[in-house]
Design a protein around this ligand. Structure first.
Ligand code: SAT
Ligand code: MN
Length: 589
């Protein structure tokens, strides 16, 4: 049954039906009855496996094609008429050329299949932040995932009315051919088309495609930001509640930080951390001159390997029910396992590909980018503000990356412009979240390299403008939890102990602590990082906060080279900041 007579919706659906030729079209209404029926059907076809109902109620396992396990950045395109619309860091193709390719791939691609029509909202339906999308897909896995990850259901049609303000998303698995895989964005047409993949970020079009790439483009025109950031609520022993947002590249611990459990010594004093978001933040100025943020999503799509009682007990608790697992080990008992969950890899289990797996043979059982998809409401530390339609006021913005040697544990930028500079020079060692080599340092400005939907130079300009318009702009910080000793061991314990750094960050935001001036910006006095109950020497802290002259000299060279890609789009202010850094590095000992 059609759920709307909005002609912008129905005419487009009819066009897609004519092209892709599905056997049947099913309108998703968001009801539990319909989802239950789809799960049952998907279990019958083998697309998902029902897990042990006693241990993992409402949970399922999905396996993706072994050649389809991560985002494919080299096959992701921004298609603008303007040849410079995508900038030097995105792949671009002219719209007509891409539409031509996609038409060939999509023609008849859904024959013998069902097409599902998914109405969804990013942000609470009807809120000022909300934006709507409709995804057409031939994958039940996509329907079940979008039901968890977005505010999905027929209420979206009511909010949309007869208007055309929604993002059209078309996804077909087609033949899952990696050579013909395209994740194509057409910002001028408010359209996303994804073909020949069935994995997470490539096909859950509400996630990176819409909430970041498309929303970054509309954000430029609407005085908003769409960022690859978690949002964290911190309550201190005095009962003061403050918020910060933090950008890290994929698979660098955003979900762990977003659900941080403070160490006992902090808990006893009354510190509480609650999660507002783990991956995406939409931000806009409020009437009070502060920057306000919402998490547009409704669930978590988190990395499993390394998720355990120590790294993220809240996530472990969240994924005990109503969770969709992708590409993990299936045990004899119909439960799931992944690397570093515990020290007991199961015997007689099958690996992520469904093959018999011997934990002693050296191969990994779960794929390094295996994931959980779980509703936000499952999270034991979810903030009450999670569903607040006006969002939360942000005191601090934190940029972070995975750097073995170069970046210090934390430093504060001198002002907003310097903070935008710090975001623009972010770099990180690559992870398994994207296809390609792991562990190579790449520049990843604001953790948005794969997600900014337009010219990164224009995006930095937009950041600078946003700050100029804020009376009470958040303070900007850079962190690095991943610094290592020469023997390869981490210097900083990370995980829950990161609250010690957050405490300093928030104290700085509210002028509660002094800092030292360093060539990079403000750094903590060693005695101002609370180490009560932590086994770390002042020398180690000193090392964590230090910056090495020769490393920063080559860093400056790399930044200059990276910046040169942007030509006239590079804001002058950022170039000036680089000169300041170069001078400051010159004065290092
Ligand atoms: O696949 S996703 O893009 O959704 C996850 C990630 O890479 O951050
Ligand atoms: Mn992410």
């Amino acid at each position: 049954m059609e759920l709307t007579d909005n002609r912008f919706v129905t005419e487009w659906i009819n066009e897609v039906i004519a092209m892709t030729q599905p056997d049947e079209t099913v309108w998703i209404d968001g009801s539990e009855e319909q989802l239950a029926k789809l799960r049952l059907e998907a279990v019958k076809t083998g697309e998902i496996i029902k897990l042990n109902e006693k241990e993992l109620p409402g949970c399922f396992l999905h396996r993706s094609d072994p050649r389809d396990v991560a985002r494919v950045e080299e096959r992701t395109f921004i298609c603008t008429k303007d040849p410079s619309g995508a900038g030097p860091t995105n792949n671009r193709m002219a719209p007509e050329e891409m539409y031509g390719k996609l038409r060939d791939i999509c023609t008849g691609a859904m024959r013998g299949r069902t097409m599902y029509v998914i109405p969804y909202s990013l942000g609470v339906i009807g809120s000022e932040f909300a934006k709507y999308g409709i995804e057409l897909t031939d994958s039940v896995y996509v329907v079940l995932s979008m039901a968890i990850m977005t505010h999905m259901g027929k209420e979206v049609y009511k909010a949309l009315g007869s208007g055309s303000d929604f993002i059209k998303g078309l996804h077909t698995k087609a033949k899952l051919d990696p050579e013909q895989r395209y994740i194509a964005h057409f910002p001028e047409d408010k359209t996303i088309i994804s073909v020949n993949s069935a994995y997470g970020g490539n096909v859950l079009l509400g996630k990176k495609c819409f909430a970041l790439r498309m929303a970054s483009v509309s954000g430029r025109d609407e005085n908003r930001l769409a960022e690859h950031m978690l949002i964290l609520e911190v309550e201190d022993p005095k009962g003061r509640v403050r918020y910060l947002s933090a950008a890290f590249p994929s698979a660098c611990g955003k979900t762990n930080l977003a659900m941080l459990v403070p160490p006992e010594i902090y808990r006893d004093k009354g510190w509480k951390i609650r999660c507002v978001g783990d991956d995406i933040a939409w931000l806009k100025p409020g009437e009070d001159g502060r920057l306000w943020a919402v998490n547009p999503e409704n669930g978590f799509f988190g990395v499993l390997p390394g998720t355990n009682e120590r790294s993220n007990p809240n996530a472990l608790a969240a994924i005990k029910k109503n969770t969709l697992y992708t590409n993990v080990v299936l045990t004899k008992e119909n439960t799931v396992w992944w690397e570093r969950l515990d020290g007991n890899p199961p015997r007689g289990a099958v690996n992520w590909k469904g093959e018999p797996w011997d934990p002693d043979d050296g191969s990994s059982g779960a794929h390094p980018n295996s994931r959980f998809t779980t509703p936000a409401v499952n999270c034991p530390c979810l903030s009450r503000e999670y569903f607040n339609p006006v969002g939360v006021p942000i005191s601090a913005i934190v940029f972070g990356g995975r750097r073995t040697k170069t970046a210090p544990l934390v430093y504060q930028s001198r002002d907003w412009t310097h903070g935008v500079f710090a975001g623009s020079i972010m770099a990180s060692e690559t992870t398994a979240a994207a296809a390609g080599a792991v562990g190579v340092v790449r520049r990843d400005p604001m953790a948005m390299l794969p997600f900014c939907g337009y010219d990164m130079g224009d995006y930095w300009r937009h950041w600078l403008n946003m700050g100029a318009g804020l009376e009470k702009a958040p303070k900007i910080f850079s962190v690095n939890w991943f610094r290592k000793n020469d023997d390869g061991s981490f210097i900083w314990p990370g995980f829950g102990e990161n609250i010690r750094v957050l405490e300093w960050i928030l104290a700085r935001c509210f002028d509660e602590v002094e800092a030292d001036i360093s060539p990079l910006g403000f750094i903590p006095k060693v005695s101002d990082i609370n180490t009560d109950g932590l086994d770390i020497s002042p020398e180690a802290l000193e090392r964590l906060l230090s910056a090495d002259k020769s490393l920063w000299e080559s860093e400056c060279g790399e930044i200059r080279e990276f910046y040169s890609k942007f030509g006239g789009k590079l804001p002058e202010e950022l170039l000036r900041q680089l000169e300041i850094l170069e001078n400051n590095v010159g004065t290092m000992e």
